[in-house]
Write a protein that binds this ligand. Structure first.
Ligand SMILES: [Cu+2]
Length: 165
């Protein structure tokens, strides 16, 4: 397991248990995240993208039938992609990007800490009827996932695939 992810998951668990919650999901945080190149951390599935270098915008819809549309996306290695994620449902949904392993581990953690609030460059929490954004640069070839980790959603199949060529 990637040490950085392990560390940040531990930090999340800690935050959840001490209710030092990362404020997120409220209206003030609906605006796009500020890009700070000094804070970009490479991961096994790429890194936060520079909004000025977006090569492609991909619209993704999330719905209460626990599906992403599209649920299968192909991008070029090195490409910076902006996902504009719409929540067409009546409940909160989110899009979290990661490796298959990281998503599975994150989902387990969400089961233990359902109230866990978190905000990172690889995720967007979207209220019903709203849209969120993720700007991501896929620096590594391979197959990755995006998932909604709201309780029960991932288990109900709310997961998609990103292929980086
Ligand atoms: Cu969901």
């Amino acid at each position: 397991m990637n040490t950085k992810i392990a560390l940040s998951l531990t930090a999340l668990a800690l935050a959840a248990s001490t209710s030092l919650a990362f404020a997120h999901g409220d209206e003030e945080h609906a605006q796009p995240r500020k890009y700070d190149p000094t804070k970009v951390e490479p991961t096994d599935f790429g890194q936060e993208g520079n909004p000025k270098k977006v090569a492609r915008t991909i619209k993704v819809d999330m719905a209460d039938n626990m599906r992403f549309t599209p649920s299968d996306v192909t991008v070029k290695r090195g490409e910076t992609v902006k996902f504009v994620v719409h929540n067409d449902g009546k409940v909160l949904h989110e899009m979290v990007l990661g490796t298959k392993k990281a998503i599975a581990e994150h989902a387990e953690l969400m089961k233990k800490f359902p109230e866990m609030e978190h905000a990172d460059a690889n995720m967007a929490h979207v209220k019903p009827g709203k849209a969120g954004e993720i700007v991501w640069q896929f620096t590594k070839a391979g197959e990755f996932q995006f998932a909604c980790l709201q309780p029960g959603h991932f288990e109900a199949g709310m997961v998609g695939k990103v292929t980086v060529k």
